[in-house]
Design a binder for this molecule. Structure first.
Ligand code: 1HN
Length: 345
């Protein structure tokens, strides 16, 4: 049985003043707030960001702010539950939509937070990561893990937009977030996605092991989509047609802190996911999907994004009766598992 604990006001003022002067705090008035019964207190709200609302404002940013004045021209998808100025979608996730216009250049830097880009629209842009030039097509996932140099360029003729997902809020909270500017990278021939072409047959390191901690930096959407369709076709009874983006050399999550997944919903499918401890982000690559959680339902259109707090069940419903839908998911699972606090209820 939980009983009422003593309040701060129950203590004499001179005693409270003595504590304060010595940088001391009594635990019992705050104990229930920091350890609530049964389920954590969550500031993360379920929030929907519609691409149709954001795109005109992003293009306007392209007129108002030259790339030289921005370095990265981004509108941040901020969760009001965390305070907009804190630029968090969830405790550990930062989300932003970035615009690069034809001919623009976003200069090379590296930093401690891990990032990924999910390409939303436009052709002709590329990101150079650790000397590897990664072309950007819709639905491609490109990693820029902690410490790797990266820069963006654009040889096409239309604006290019992508979704950035970073673990910045966590790394900043840890007082470990900083960047270093660099000079333009020289591009090396070859790329990870040509060395790792098939699951089940992997490069053999007989003479020397690759020294790359991140052997695969670009996950082409054509391959991921084909893998999902083949999985669904192979096992029609499979309820959750989902793949995890992994490091193909180790089988671990692609990055250390956040997890990344692609989910296919069959025509008309409604998929209920258990309540799990990590917060999640859903970004609709293709189709029409309703996301229901925390008593709300978001009708996602293509390129829309939403987030959901942990410890809440969630249902995804494909609105189409004859077309599959494809969702990119980011979550805080690797972090929760490494810390030993991961739960599924
Ligand atoms: C960053 O380096 C990029 O390289 C985008 O495109 C967004 C948000 C916060 C910190 C670093 C990029 C970022 C960022």
């Amino acid at each position: 049985m939980s009983h009422e604990l003593g309040r701060l006001e129950d203590l004499p003022q001179d005693y409270r003043d003595d504590l304060k002067n010595l940088n001391l705090v009594p635990l019992w008035p705050s104990l229930r707030a920091v350890l609530p019964p049964g389920v954590p207190t969550r500031a993360t709200q379920a929030v929907h960001w519609a691409y149709a609302d954001i795109k005109p404002l992003l293009l306007k940013a392209g007129e108002l702010t030259p790339i030289e004045k921005a370095e990265r021209r981004v509108l941040v998808l901020a969760n009001p539950g965390h305070g907009l100025e804190n630029m968090k979608a969830s405790p550990a996730m930062y989300l932003g939509l970035q615009l690069l216009l034809p001919g623009e250049w976003a200069p090379s830097h590296r930093h401690t937070p891990n990032a990924v880009r999910m390409v939303v629209e436009g052709e002709g842009a590329y990101t150079t990561v650790d000397g590897e030039q990664c072309p950007m097509h819709r639905g491609d996932l490109i990693l820029t893990p902690t410490g790797l140099w990266h820069e963006h360029g654009h040889d096409g003729s239309e604006p290019v937009v992508w979704l950035d997902v970073l673990d910045l809020p966590l790394v900043y909270y840890m007082e470990a977030s900083y960047h270093v500017n660099g000079s333009r990278q020289s591009v090396q021939p070859g790329s990870g996605d040509r060395a790792w072409t098939r699951a089940g047959v992997v490069p053999t390191h007989v003479f020397s092991r690759s020294d790359k901690r991140y052997p695969l930096l670009r996950y082409a959407w054509v391959d991921t989509r084909a893998a999902l369709l083949a999985m669904a076709d192979n096992d029609p009874a499979l309820e959750c047609v989902q793949v995890t983006y992994v490091n193909p050399e180790t089988g671990d999550d692609a990055e250390n802190i956040l997890g990344f997944y692609a989910l296919m919903l069959k025509p008309g499918q409604a998929l209920t996911l258990p309540a799990r401890s990590p917060s999640q982000v859903f970004h609709l690559i293709e189709g029409g999907v309703d996301v229901s959680t925390c008593g709300k339902t978001f009708e996602l259109l293509e390129a829309d994004t939403c987030c959901a707090p942990g410890y809440e069940p969630l249902t995804l419903t494909n609105r189409s009766a004859d077309q599959a839908a494809f969702v990119f998911i980011a979550d805080e699972s690797p972090l929760h598992r490494k810390l030993g606090v991961y739960e599924a209820r």
